[in-house]
Design a protein around this ligand. Structure first.
Ligand code: FES
Ligand code: FES
Length: 175
């Protein structure tokens, strides 16, 4: 049998505000590209099956589009040609930590922290969505559950993550 060769493709991406062109194997997963080719190891690999959400990054088609959470462990990087990608390394505030990270700290949301980058990215996406598509306060818990409910935290910080996200979301809704 003739051995098959992996096809390669040159893609353009904008990652955390930096544009790049890169040759990638068409079946290379985004998380491997981030870790091995770019040295961005903040996005965590856990189940590798698209279940736990630890590997969540944000993807947009343009600077004005709403960012959508995407699972880096199951997404081939070649499928993201031309897209803008934000990882946890790009989430920073004026003095270091962004407000989402400060809120998670203040609420003691995490222990080992392995799930935290995924929760950070999902919460960033939720807050950005609430800015342009606000919900009634009565629907806020449901919106938070929709954004964070599938994320697995083996240290069981669920209620604290939810409280921290709710505090930030209320600030957004109050303007
Ligand atoms: S590592 Fe990607 S969903 Fe679990
Ligand atoms: S803080 Fe340990 S898995 Fe969530």
């Amino acid at each position: 049998m003739t051995p098959t060769t992996t096809p390669y493709q040159v893609i353009s991406l904008c990652i955390n505000g930096k544009s790049l062109r890169h040759e990638v194997a068409t079946d290379m997963k985004l998380i491997d590209f981030l870790h091995e080719d770019l040295g961005l190891t903040g996005t965590k690999f856990c189940c590798g099956l698209g279940v736990c959400q630890a590997c969540t990054v944000l993807v947009r088609s343009s600077h004005t589009a709403l960012a959508e959470p995407m699972l880096a462990c199951v997404t081939p990087v070649s499928a993201l040609d031309g897209q803008l990608i934000d990882t946890v390394e790009g989430v920073v505030g004026p003095n270091g930590l962004a407000s989402v990270q400060q809120a998670f700290l203040a609420h003691f949301a995490f222990q080992c922290g392995y799930c935290t980058p995924g929760f950070v990215m999902a919460t960033v996406a939720l807050l950005a969505r609430l800015k342009v598509q606000p919900v009634h306060v009565a629907q806020l818990d449901e919106a938070i559950e929709a954004a964070l409910g599938a994320h697995v935290c083996r240290c069981t910080g669920y209620a604290r993550y939810h409280r921290a996200a709710r505090e930030l979301a209320m600030q957004v809704l109050r303007g």
